[in-house]
Design a binder for this molecule. Structure first.
Ligand code: 6R9
Length: 653
């Protein structure tokens, strides 16, 4: 970091909440005590405050089947009605719901009344295609309004959506379609990437070539004009079935625990976990956190979350939270550097964005590009900044505040997971004295502790332990789709059934603030995206020339972590003079094809041995030392201690 004024210009006083901000903030100090005194009563109040129920609930929480929770039992609601119709009924139909900015500079302004008509048409079209309550709809689409319409149309019908990020491959898509038993897939002909069209439907076609395919119809939005191959009887153009539909549709009320979506995330084994969420509890906490953590005031704010809708952040903080609150937001299709490196700041200036939510990896990239780029734009509308996806290092925090937040905007560093559904640990703007680099403390209604190896909670400063959550919360996952045992084993057994094990290391500082320290399992965090080492390893060994592979998440200045692979080749499949550079490139490409470009290893190192313990476990810790260019640590537990020397020799180190 070259700008040394960053760390010196901030003293503690500048991190105290500004009284003018506090006076208008949605969150208050009192909420902590209220939630502490009556956990269920507090959440019942939020459930009724943030949502409109067709039938009120009678029991706030049923935890008798723990760890399988039921929230707002007996209540009935329609999630899409809550995100759309009720705002129109309240007289806010003319308020902008979405300012859409396309990659090509095309724009679209969608009011809540427009949104209602669009969602209704899609709901009617899906009904015509045979989608009903409880069916699964696979959505493989870019950041365009039709994606939001489709998600809300599913919610309106009680169908379960499952989004797969457009950067994932056909193979990844196939696994997920199959696990979710999807009936319909919705996609686009192509997607814009850095100003150029890239095919998208082609991956759906490839995924559906498998014999176990359950998808009956593929609905295709025309976005890029990319050529597509067409399967008659299965494929349907959006434009042939959606625009002609009636724009009216009566929403049905569903049980509070009716499934809303499945979203796949990487676990410690190669098989992704289908995290599933239900309706009333999820929507309550998404709306509540968007109100108190982002401090959204729907009448005056313009909010922008830069996440992709294919990730949980896009679900909770583009679609469900802000729309339930009736907020106005920006939806941006493109990348930060197309057509120039100031594109995001230009968008903030254009729409006078007041609340901005992004990821540390993006902030670090902007730091590299230099602050003279944002300096050229008027960012004075910004009043709250948010961070999500991975720990934000204090330097990035300070840069973000100074150059994007005009040296005054509070930053909320929000810790949560696909599994938690909504924000869990974060400061409240206007309430909390900020601590750069720390997510600080659980929000009102959430309880967390840090445990030592034996499972005992402690509060000493600077001691490292495991983060656990100690009370059920409304937006918690209801399980892993089709695998209740894996749900119990993964989250509720490491420290016994009382503690939800998050998989993150954590510590307190001397002020009692929580610092998240990254994953403690074999999951790495690349640009805020979760990838499992096992998944990348199995992609590598599926290549005919690879005998064995080990993957580690190495520290990376920009992406937080980056996958680095060590592979042993099959003696029978490679020739003596094999070009190792070409082969490394081929293997990187292979992983890109099997999982998706984000999983491509930064380096593939071809080695003759891997370091293993006597019980046969690969010692990834040692490989991490190599990948990060450190001296190699303790090798005494290796079955063969000469292996590391051999690896260093082959790598020329
Ligand atoms: C929302 C999201 C979850 C994992 C989580 C943790 C890391 C997310 C963080 C953070 C430190 C933060 N993580 N936010 N670590 N500080 N503010 O990212 O969900 O994709 O499921 O990832 O991301 O390691 O366990 P998901």
């Amino acid at each position: 970091m070259t700008d040394d004024s960053l760390s010196t210009h901030l003293d503690r006083a500048t991190l105290e909440p500004d009284p003018a901000f506090t006076a208008q903030a949605n969150g208050t100090q009192d909420m902590y005590a209220a939630a502490e005194a009556d956990h269920e009563g507090f959440w019942a109040e939020q459930g009724r405050k943030y949502l409109t129920w067709a039938k009120d609930f009678d029991t706030t929480l049923d935890w008798s089947q723990a760890p399988f929770a039921q929230w707002f039992v007996g209540g009935e609601l329609n999630v899409a009605y809550n995100c759309v119709d009720r705002h129109v009924e309240a007289g806010n139909g003319d308020r902008v719901a979405i300012h859409f900015e396309g990659d090509q500079g095309d724009t679209r302004t969608i009011t809540y009344a427009d949104l209602q008509r669009e969602v209704n048409k899609v709901a009617n079209a899906l009904t015509e295609l045979g989608v009903g309550k409880g069916d699964t709809v696979m959505i493989y689409m870019p950041m365009i309004p039709e994606t939001v319409f489709t998600m809300l149309a599913c919610a309106r019908l009680g169908a379960i959506h499952s989004l797969v990020f457009g950067g994932f491959s056909a193979e990844a898509l196939h696994t997920r379609i199959n696990d979710a038993q999807a009936k319909i897939a919705v996609t686009t002909d192509g997607q814009w990437r850095r100003g150029k069209p890239a095919p998208l439907k082609a991956a759906v076609d490839e995924a559906l070539e498998h014999a176990d395919n359950t998808v009956e119809k593929v609905l295709v939005v025309k976005r890029t004009g990319t050529d597509v191959t067409w399967t008659e009887g299965r494929d349907i153009w959006w434009d042939d079935v959606v625009p002609g539909q009636s724009d009216e549709h009566t929403p049905e009320a569903f049980d509070s625990e009716h499934p809303l979506f499945i979203l796949y995330t990487s676990g410690t084994t190669g098989k992704p976990k289908g995290i599933f969420h239900t309706s009333g509890g999820y929507l309550t906490q998404a709306a509540y956190t968007n109100a108190i953590v982002h401090d959204v005031h729907p009448e005056t704010d313009v909010y922008w979350c830069t996440a992709d809708v294919g990730w949980v952040t896009g679900h909770s903080y583009i679609v469900y939270g802000p729309l339930a609150n009736g907020a106005t937001q920006v939806l941006y299709e493109g990348t930060p550097d197309t057509p120039h490196q100031g594109r995001w700041w230009e968008i903030i200036e254009k729409y006078k964005v007041s609340i901005f939510y992004t990821a540390p990896t993006a902030i670090r990239t902007f730091m590299k590009w230099g602050h003279d780029i944002p300096d050229k734009f008027d960012l004075s509308s910004i009043r709250v900044l948010g961070s999500v996806g991975e720990p934000i290092n204090p330097e990035a925090w300070l840069w973000y505040r100074k150059y994007i937040g005009s040296d005054k905007a509070p930053i909320v560093d929000t810790w949560w997971q696909t599994e938690t559904g909504a924000i869990m640990i974060s400061p409240l703007p206007g309430v909390t004295t900020l601590e750069p680099g720390s997510a600080q403390k659980p929000i009102p209604g959430i309880s967390a502790e840090i445990l030592d190896d034996e499972g005992n909670p402690f509060t000493e400063a600077e001691k490292v332990g495991y983060l656990v959550l100690t009370k059920p919360w409304p937006s918690m996952l209801r399980g892993i789709w089709g695998d209740p045992d894996r749900y119990r084993d993964t989250y509720w057994s490491r420290f016994g059934p009382k503690y939800y094990f998050a998989g993150d290391g954590a510590k307190y500082d001397e002020r009692g603030n929580i610092w998240l320290l990254g994953r403690v399992d074999d999951v790495m965090n690349v640009s805020g995206h979760r990838l499992s080492t096992a998944e990348i390893e199995s992609a590598l060994v599926s290549h005919p020339k690879v005998a064995e592979a080990a993957v580690v998440g190495a520290n990376d200045e920009t992406t937080g972590q980056a996958p680095v692979a060590f592979v042993i080749l099959r003696a029978d499949a490679v020739s003596d003079g094999e070009d190792k550079d070409a082969l490394s490139a081929e293997l990187r490409g292979h992983v890109g094809k099997e999982i998706g470009p984000i999983a491509k290893p930064r380096n593939v190192m071809i080695v003759s041995e891997l370091p293993k313990t006597r019980s046969g476990k690969i010692m990834r810790r040692l490989l991490k030392d190599v990948a990060e260019g450190r001296d190699i640590g303790d090798t005494t537990t290796l079955a063969d201690s000469s292996v590391m020397n051999l690896i260093k020799e082959t790598l020329g180190g």
